[in-house]
Design a protein. Structure first.
Length: 351
């Protein structure tokens, strides 16, 4: 019987900081390590997961790129700290049942997730008996931080923050940056080749103000950091995380149960009628956000749909995969939502 805990490495950082590039580097250099991956996505469904899946990597003994679905676990909600009690636990339970097949667990948070609540989840007895947080790796965008923006596209990050009802809309980007650093056991300064030595020194000094002296900083270009540095830190971060200060410590008892999140599955739809139906729905129901994808008759591409308020964006993101069911799935986030009423309102869009 396996008694050694599975080490989990949590990778956090803003949108565009280089988290996915770093994770891809880890997987490419895994050298036989059996790595389970949890990707916590925000916004466009499947983007980060698709990037990781298209790499010819994976558990080598299970078929590499052709391995079956399920090696990469995707969580649809963007705020890991708010999904911890819903999607995160069953995924961890499923992984625990396969503990003999896993050497390392790799978790990528969304660009807006607060790492502290996620690390605290590893204190739960059901998780603590199987997993330990080897380390929290915070990826810092060196050029953006040198420019005082912290994120490559601060407007995009801010728009995502405002669009998600599960996040603190009053927190500044700087506060979120501080909170991502507050949990760090290792800081990766990404895109180091895009800044001057003087700018890199300024970034180091800024980060040093936010982390304990024992937290190391390493520079990276294209996510290239030795695995001996990234993995095997043996920090057991879940034991010490409560002592790490966060700007959002006062929100830990904060409850998101007032918000509903439900799925509506449909067949092929008419694009214009779908958008009109969605605009009508947000006027008549307390819907805060809509995201998902749609199948259009005669189209070989999947239509990605996202909406905040009455503004909806829709565009083709990728071709349907061979054998993939060409159907429509929409996620609604709001208050007091009725699946039956929403389905009825969408019925006219089906073809």
């Amino acid at each position: 019987m396996q008694t050694t805990k599975i080490p989990a490495t949590i990778v956090t950082g803003f949108l565009g900081s280089g988290k996915t590039t770093l994770m891809r580097h880890i997987l490419e250099k895994a050298q036989g390590l059996r790595v389970a991956v949890i990707v916590n996505e925000f916004g466009e469904l499947g983007i980060d997961g698709e990037i990781l899946r298209t790499c010819a990597i994976g558990c080598k003994d299970e078929g590499g790129a052709d391995a079956p679905e399920g090696q990469i676990y995707e969580l649809a909600n963007g705020c890991m700290c708010c999904t911890v009690q819903e999607e995160f636990f069953p995924v961890m339970k499923a992984l625990a049942e396969r503990r003999a097949d896993i050497d390392v667990l790799l978790i990528e948070t969304s660009g807006l997730a607060l790492p502290k609540p996620l690390v605290q989840a590893f204190q739960w007895p059901e998780i603590a008996s199987v997993f330990t947080v080897d380390s929290v790796v915070t990826v810092v965008d060196a050029p953006a931080t040198a420019a005082g923006q912290f994120a490559h596209d601060p407007h995009a990050v801010d728009a995502q923050r405002l669009a998600d009802p599960n996040l603190d809309h009053e927190a500044s980007l700087h506060e979120l940056f501080e909170d991502q650093l507050s949990a760090a056991d290792l800081v990766v300064l990404s895109k180091a080749d895009l800044v001057s030595p003087e700018e890199l020194a300024q970034v180091r000094a800024l980060v040093a103000e936010e982390v304990p002296a024992e937290v190391k900083m390493v520079e990276a270009v294209q996510g290239s950091v030795p695995l001996s540095v990234l993995l095997g830190q043996q920090r057991a971060a879940e034991i010490h995380i409560d002592a790490r200060h966060s700007n959002h410590d006062h929100d830990e008892a904060h409850d998101h149960d007032d918000f509903d999140s439900l799925f509506i599955d449909l067949g092929a739809v008419d694009r214009d009628r779908l958008i009109q139906a969605l605009q009508d729905i947000v006027q008549q129901h307390a819907v805060l956000r809509v995201k998902g994808f749609a199948a259009l008759p005669g189209k070989k591409m999947r239509l990605l749909v996202q909406g905040v308020g009455r503004r909806f964006d829709a565009y083709f993101d990728r071709a349907w995969k061979e054998g993939e069911a060409q159907a429509t799935r929409l996620v609604f986030i709001g208050k007091g939502l009725d699946a039956g009423l929403l389905r009825t309102a969408l019925a006219a869009s089906e073809v």
